[in-house]
Write a protein of this length. Structure first.
Length: 195
């Protein structure tokens, strides 16, 4: 008879006995589960620190988002102000020129004036115009004869022989103008030639 047949019908094969190493592993797992169920003081400290850091991270993220939104608002307001400044930049200048235009129109409307009256009116209008330009920081560049030639403010049209130092202004053909230290138009001058 075979070994199979030798076992009686009601008998079950015996389970093998656990190995000694397996028993130690089972005991360690049981202890680990017990430790996981009751966290240690060190684990609680770590969890508390993680919670604090998470809260701080959320606070900083909120502050960053608010700062970004504020920067976008500041940028948008600055762009609006620049657009308005460009659009209305000449408003003050135009306002100061209106009296000059009024004077010219009044002079043209006046009939039968003498040449002296017309000249006086033109001179008064020119004074108004110069005052308006000065109020808006538009200044004349009108070098005196004998002044040193400055290529930043003057444009030499020609060099002429003259009884003065070389590279000095002999004659101003057209006045120049500057605005806030920026040259709008250089003065056109004749310059003394080297001897």
């Amino acid at each position: 008879m075979s070994d199979k047949n030798m076992q009686s019908e009601g008998e079950q094969p015996a389970s093998p006995a656990p190995a000694p190493d397996q028993a130690a592993n089972d005991a360690a797992t049981a202890n680990g589960n017990a430790a996981a169920a009751a966290p240690s003081a060190e684990d609680e400290d770590w969890q508390e620190q993680v919670a604090k850091l998470s809260a701080r991270n959320a606070e900083l993220a909120d502050q960053f988002m608010r700062a970004q939104a504020e920067m976008q608002n500041v940028r948008r307001r600055a762009e609006d102000e620049i657009a308005k400044a460009r659009k209305f930049a000449v408003e003050s200048f135009a306002e100061s020129l209106l009296p000059v235009a009024d004077s010219l129109e009044a002079g043209l409307a006046h009939q039968g004036g003498t040449p002296e009256q017309i000249r006086e009116g033109a001179e008064a209008t020119l004074r108004q115009l110069k005052a308006a330009l000065e109020r808006n920081k538009v200044l004349e560049i009108n070098p005196a004869a004998g002044a040193k030639f400055d290529p930043h403010q003057h444009q030499a049209i020609s060099m002429v022989p003259a009884d003065q130092e070389p590279n000095t202004v002999v004659t101003v053909l057209q006045k120049g103008y500057s605005i806030a230290d920026r040259i709008l138009r250089p003065a056109l001058v004749m310059v003394a030639a080297p001897k």
